[in-house]
Design a protein around this ligand. Structure first.
Ligand code: ATP
Ligand code: MG
Length: 428
């Protein structure tokens, strides 16, 4: 006998039709609302099942469940149920193979099934003690044509199989499937995020230990290559001197790199000590400019300062000096000799902004995308043999973010660059 005999149309009395449509609308609305909630998947699906079995027009028992499909193992895993199920059922139905009983069949065929009676339907292979006669709606839950779960509802034996019930169950099945998929994706992203955070913490720990432990031996290499080279420890040949100079320069570069790496690991692991105090901003900018001017003199670059009138701003002196050092230092480092650098400060609505404008090579759109990320040494190279680790701007961005501020650049290739950052006047 064809068990999928959901052939009867619903009674066509107009009043009943209106009532039925209203109820269908209500059930779809409640289920959509439940599926949009931010609850965990299991609770959410249980609520959906409870709502569904309470939908009177379906004429189902208060007994239903959902299997999730595991395509790798080719099994269905019982995910949640509502209503009374015996221990034997819960144990035996925990995991069922593809193709087994009604739900396993629906998982394979992707087809909606109805079954008049568990005793007379050969497809209902699973038997349990004290099983009373019942029928079933079996709804494969599909997303992109893939069965991702199977919903089963208990009915009386030989219930009326209304076409409308079939239609509404398929619609609801689609909604549930979409939500299950979205939840699974969210869960995957959540787990991946945790993994990434753990890996990042591990990386920071490693960076911290490695850069810390390398500092002392590096200091020795730097110092000894210096004293060897200047002849304090005995005569050295010209060739030896040249090699020692190279060792010294390399150790200087490594020292800068280690300091930057240590900074990154400390900022990322939250170990950096930021003490924000409201204070004058132009003064610290002036101090940094004076320091950098000493280096700029070697290239005949003049660093001008045009300070705006600023109220006191809360910031950490060490951190902001470091940012200024890198922003203004970069302008000098990447600009050709005989050019000018202009540093300006100004008050915006609720922040202050410092801008560094240079007459250097400028940055292409592609390079601008990569700025402020770690290890980006871009097209522009230092013009006076300075060191370049490509970490400075990444550190600056993190330090400015710790001040709730923003960093940015406006530049055109061949037309110089303006790097700027802003710090809010009021911070948490
Ligand atoms: N004012 C500038 N003009 C042109 N290019 C710049 C400018 N500032 C930075 N860049 C480009 O961006 C890259 C990254 O800058 P960043 O300050 O992060 O590293 P760096 O100066 O190379 O090394 P360090 O880690 O010592 O600061 C630079 O290598 C350079 O190619
Ligand atoms: Mg730099």
């Amino acid at each position: 006998m064809d068990q999928d005999a959901h052939k009867q149309p619903y009674p066509t009395d107009i009043e009943q039709e209106v009532k039925r449509r209203t109820e269908e609308y209500k059930i779809l609305h409640s289920i959509t609302q439940i599926l949009q909630s931010s609850e965990g998947l299991e609770n959410m699906l249980k609520k959906v099942l409870t709502t569904l079995v309470g939908f009177q027009e379906l004429e189902v028992e208060h007994k239903a469940g959902i299997f999730l499909v595991d395509p790798e193992e080719k099994v269905l895993r019982l995910f949640c149920t509502v209503g009374e199920f015996g221990e034997e059922f819960m144990e035996k139905e925990k995991v069922i193979p593809y193709g087994a009983c009604l739900c396993g069949r629906a998982a394979v065929s992707g087809e909606f099934l109805t079954s008049n009676s568990c005793f007379s339907d050969d497809r209902h292979e699973h038997r349990f003690d004290n099983m009373t006669n019942h029928g079933h709606y079996i709804v494969p839950l599909k997303s992109d044509d893939q069965v991702i779960a199977v919903l089963f509802l208990y009915t009386d034996e030989n219930p009326p199989w209304y076409i409308r019930n079939h239609e509404i169950l398929v619609s609801i099945g689609g909604l549930i499937a979409g939500s299950v998929v979205a939840h699974k994706r969210e869960q995957e992203i959540y787990e991946k995020n945790i993994q990434l955070r753990e890996l990042n913490e591990l990386k920071n720990k490693f960076l911290g230990i490695a850069s810390h432990d390398l500092r002392n031996p590096l200091y020795l290499i730097k110092t000894f290559s210096e004293v060897l080279e200047d002849g304090t420890l005995g005569k050295v040949t010209q060739k030896q001197k040249e090699s020692l100079k190279k060792i010294y320069n390399a150790s200087l570069f490594m020292q800068g790199l280690l300091e930057n790496l240590l900074d990154i690991s400390q900022i990322e692991s939250g170990k950096i000590d930021i003490k924000k105090e409201p204070q004058d901003f132009n003064e610290i900018a002036k101090q940094q400019i004076e320091l950098i001017q000493l280096l700029a003199d070697k290239k005949n670059i003049q660093v001008h300062f045009d300070p705006g009138s600023l109220p006191p701003v809360p910031y950490d002196k060490r951190a902001i000096s470091q940012v200024l050092g890198n922003f203004i230092g970069n302008a000098v480092k990447f600009s050709p000799p005989e050019t000018k650098v202009l540093v300006t400060t100004e008050k915006l609505d609720d922040s202050i902004r410092l801008s560094v404008h240079d007459e250097g090579p400028g940055l292409s759109k592609e390079d601008q995308q990569l700025l402020f990320q770690e290890f980006q040494t871009l097209t522009a190279r230092p013009t006076g043999g300075e060191k370049s680790t490509g970490l400075g701007l990444a550190i600056c961005k993190k330090l400015i973010h710790l001040h709730d501020g923003k960093v940015g650049v406006s530049s055109e290739l061949g037309k110089g660059s303006t790097f700027y950052f802003s710090i809010p006047l009021n911070q948490a």
